[in-house]
Design a protein around this ligand. Structure first.
Ligand SMILES: *Cc1c(COP(=O)(O)O)cnc(C)c1O
Length: 226
């Protein structure tokens, strides 16, 4: 069992590294939301982080996220869903999530539209050639954008991506940034970029990330299930 001190220290050290990268990029320092990804960790860890001032939490599986959100409901946290989402879970996830970072297909847009609750969405770009990875290819993005813009309950925030294993993260994030410039021609308000994890958030910040999704650098190693 880790006590609270190492958690607070890791959080401080990541906050410091984010501030350094923001300075290096010459960006304003209120421009970035850090989503702490707590998947596989218990609700007690989320509660500790909330006590240290964290408001935004990321989860990637509905069956893990729902009980944590319910147990911590009185803290009024912002839950960001960052994993692959089955359309038949859309209604249940809308009960607690404020944002979905992994919207990747028209059928899921339709499921969210049918429920009609407000939700911030990021369209996930697949930067690999592997169709089993989450996300749409750049070529399919336009059709998905048009469908999302037609749904009043969905607020299109921008794009999300994971840098492919083995790729140079800065180049991967630069590709997301150019896709974002194209996206803004049809959706001028969709300027957010959800990119950057424990190992590559500096590169993401240098390429314009507005939402970092950071797990292990803050939480420590994930329990076995992860
Ligand atoms: C787990 C996860 C993260 C956080 O990864 P770390 O390397 O632990 O920082 C970020 N984004 C997504 C989509 C994830 O599934």
């Amino acid at each position: 069992m880790a006590d609270q001190a190492p958690l607070a220290e890791r959080l401080e050290s990541v906050r410091g590294a984010i501030a350094d990268a923001v300075r290096e990029a010459g960006r304003p320092d209120d421009d970035i939301t850090t989503v702490v990804v707590t998947k596989f960790h218990p609700a007690s860890l989320v509660r500790e982080l909330a006590g240290l001032g964290v408001r935004d939490f990321g989860e990637n599986r509905h069956q893990d996220a729902a009980p944590k959100a319910a147990e911590l409901a009185e803290l009024h946290l912002d839950w960001h869903f960052v994993g692959q989402l089955q359309s038949n879970k859309a209604r249940a996830v809308l009960d607690y999530a404020t944002a979905l970072h992994s919207l990747d297909r028209v059928s899921l847009v339709d499921a969210l539209a049918a429920v009609g609750s407000p939700l911030d969405v990021f369209l996930q770009l697949n930067l690999t050639d592997d169709p089993h990875r989450g996300g749409v290819n750049a070529g399919e993005l336009g059709a998905l954008v048009d469908r999302v813009l037609a749904v009043p309950s969905l607020r299109l925030r921008g794009l999300m991506a994971v840098a492919p294993l083995g790729a140079e993260p800065r180049a991967a994030f630069a590709a997301v940034r150019s896709a974002s410039e194209r996206l803004r021609r049809s959706a001028p308000d969709a300027s957010s970029l959800s990119m950057g994890m424990s190992g590559d958030f500096r590169e993401a910040i240098l390429e314009g990330a507005t939402h970092l999704r950071i797990g292990t650098a803050i939480t420590g190693k994930r329990p076995d299930a992860g």
